[in-house]
Design a protein around this ligand. Structure first.
Ligand code: BMP
Length: 207
């Protein structure tokens, strides 16, 4: 399914590689996050790249110089894309985009946890507009808040929308797509399922 990003937040290498191998032809990309990188090291990015595009979810959120130092290091592992925060401001995101070479930068314009409605999500318009101006490839918008997702999708311009929050966090695959997601990020519902590939195939049937 070319609309699913499998968020394989797995810390056991054998299990991670085995699920990656099983589902890689049926997903758009595999996303990994800090738990996997802290457990298995950044070399896991190259290993997973043999199966799939890899999105490295570092949620980088620092001053421009530190953002540059981080993207330079992670670039050595050749991920397809890296996720960074937009909230530190346009100078910080500009530094990520300008130093990312061929790697695509996905900016966090909103989040799927309820608390993100307190500070982050009310500012989505400015964050999305920065992402467009600065040349991000895509943005993160919640697949479990269809109203916010719809608003963001109307403001997205050329950006691709990546939506977590589907499955374990209550969102529905079909509803996220119809509300504007280009890609749906799904973690636990895939990797905690005894039959990950079957689960993915059934979602595809849903659409
Ligand atoms: P799960 O489907 O198991 O809830 O996993 C969602 C994944 O997406 C996790 O890696 C999480 O850190 C990430 N994520 C999220 O859930 N909400 C966001 O707003 C942004 C994220 O990156």
């Amino acid at each position: 399914n070319h609309k699913i990003v499998a968020s394989l937040d797995i810390t056991d290498e054998k299990k991670l590689i085995s699920i990656a191998e099983e589902i890689s032809n049926s997903v758009f990309a595999i996303k990994i996050n800090w738990p996997t990188i802290l457990s298995l090291g950044k070399s896991i990015i190259g290993k997973l790249s043999m199966f799939s595009k890899v999105i490295c979810d570092l949620k980088i959120a620092d001053i421009p110089n530190t953002n540059r130092l981080i993207i330079e290091q992670i670039s050595k592992e050749n991920p397809w894309a890296v996720i960074g925060h937009l909230f530190p401001g346009p100078d910080s995101m500009k530094s990520l985009v300008d130093n990312s070479g061929e790697i695509k930068i996905i900016g966090v314009a909103s989040m799927s946890n309820p608390g993100s409605n307190v500070y982050l999500n009310p500012n989505f318009e400015n964050l999305v507009s920065d992402a467009i101006t600065l040349g991000c490839y895509g943005i993160v918008a919640p697949g479990n808040d269809y109203e916010l997702l719809g608003k963001i999708s109307r403001a997205k311009g050329p950006l691709k929308i990546f939506s977590p929050g589907v499955g374990a966090q209550g969102g529905g695959y079909k509803k996220a797509i119809s509300s504007g997601s280009d890609y749906v990020i799904i973690g636990r519902s895939i990797y905690e399922n005894p039959e990950p590939l079957k689960y993915i195939m059934n979602l595809e049937g849903e659409n």
